[in-house]
Design a protein around this ligand. Structure first.
Ligand code: SDX
Length: 379
């Protein structure tokens, strides 16, 4: 009897799909979307252009970008009946549970929810991408007892979200900062939630099931939920001078420091490089310098203690200070990650459908054989 040789735990290092969207060099700390360095995109592009790039594998012309923006803006508004659904949700529900529930519910407002031909799948991907900011903002207004703010199609993806959330148009600085965050979180190879989406759609299930499953995976503290964990840690440390004792104590107790480490990056996450600069600037502009000072104090301790093991800040470490400085509530941080990553998840779903084979690995059986059945009276 040949026993299958088990892959490394967590499928570490195993190539389980091909993609043309994002490339990561974990040793060098490189991330490219369709060959373009993430730093160039964060500095010069916009989220809508990045989604177009990921889904079409080329940068758009002016006409193509204008047409895509119009297509996406046409999907800011929710299907009829969704707002009533939001208003019935418990106000103390966790936003990531709300998002998982509402994206799943979108399927019940789709006349043909199971269609996954390329045209239908892209149409549903665009719908979910356009609707997600509205779902999050409307739930937040509902839970706070504030008047619902309906989307404004004259605004960008980033601008419209901040407008619906706060009831006023964002400053150019805040819109630009948030847009950069959306660019940085859009896609990242075969991360856990993206793999989840591909596994689900590989059964030829539907877009809503794939997106809902991915949201569930992203919520975990080892993945997208880490940005909220970073904020809890920062809030729990009184001042930068308390950082060394706190972090060294956590490391001695083998506790994970949220926002650090990565299955692929063994160098500085290039997204963290950009977010660190953004966090510093925004923190200073908004009177949150103490947050940034605590963050850089944590980074200094971690550099001394664990950088040699390839543990560096990841995308979540400085996104926490950035999101807080933009004025977002802590429990909206992971929904922000999801709002952007819907674009990457959808792109991977489209790739999987274009060349599908059901995901079905094996498990190495390590239990007994030839066990007799004992009647219950004799147990
Ligand atoms: C994201 O995959 C992606 O691309 C994800 C993502 C994306 O864009 O989709 O980049 C987004 O999820 C970023 C990661 C967010 N998660 C966190 O910040 C949570 C904290 N990080 C860790 O839990 C951890 O680093 C992981 C889960 C991210 C990766 O863990 P691995 O690859 O399974 O590594 P491991 O847990 O086996 O750790 C290896 C060693 C261990 O030490 P030893 O037992 O060998 O002595 O490194 C240590 C770990 O204790 N270690 C940490 C640490 N991360 C790893 N020690 C302290 N703090 C940490 N954060």
């Amino acid at each position: 009897m040949t026993t299958a040789t088990a892959a490394p735990k967590g499928l570490e290092g195993i190539v389980a799909a091909e993609t043309e969207m994002s490339f990561i060099d974990g040793e060098k700390g490189v991330l490219e979307y369709v060959g373009i360095a993430i730093d160039d995109l964060a500095r010069h592009s916009c989220f809508e252009e990045v989604v177009y790039l990921l889904w079409n594998l080329k940068l758009p012309t002016v006409t193509e970008l204008d047409a895509f923006k119009a297509e996406l803006r046409g999907r800011y508004a929710l299907p009829h009946g969704m707002l009533e659904r939001i208003k019935r949700l418990p106000k103390d529900a966790e936003p990531m549970h709300v998002l998982r529930t509402l994206v799943s519910a979108l399927g019940m407002h789709d006349p043909d929810p199971n269609a996954i031909d390329p045209k239908a799948a892209r149409h549903k991907a665009l719908n979910i991408l356009g609707h997600t900011p509205t779902l999050i903002a409307m739930f937040d207004r509902h839970r706070k007892g504030e008047e619902i703010v309906h989307p404004d199609t004259s605004l960008s993806f980033a601008g419209n979200f901040l407008y619906m959330l706060n009831g006023e148009r964002p400053t150019e600085t805040m819109e630009r900062a948030f847009d950069a965050c959306m660019i940085l979180h859009a896609d990242h190879g075969l991360n856990n939630s993206t793999f989840t989406a591909r596994v689900v759609i590989s059964t030829l299930s539907d877009m809503y099931s794939a997106m809902t499953a991915a949201i569930g995976a992203l919520r975990g503290p080892l993945h997208g939920g880490a940005n909220e964990g970073v904020m809890h840690l920062l809030n729990d440390i009184a001042s930068p001078k308390d950082v060394p004792a706190r972090i060294e104590g956590m490391l001695e107790r083998k506790e994970k420091i949220m926002g650090f480490g990565h299955r692929v990056y063994k160098a500085y996450d290039p997204r963290a490089t950009y977010l660190k600069t953004l966090a510093k600037q925004l923190a200073e502009d908004t009177g949150n310098s103490a947050l940034y000072e605590k963050s850089s104090a944590i980074e200094k301790v971690m550099e001394a203690k664990v950088a040699a093991k390839g543990i560096y800040p990841n995308v979540d470490f400085y996104s926490a200070t950035t999101y807080h400085s933009i004025g977002l509530d802590l429990d909206l941080f992971t929904p922000m990650f999801a709002m952007s990553r819907v674009s990457g998840w959808a792109g991977h779903v489209l790739e999987q459908l274009a060349d599908n084979r059901l995901y079905r690995p094996k498990a190495a059986y390590i239990g007994p054989h030839g066990v007799a059945y004992t009647p219950i009276g004799e147990r």
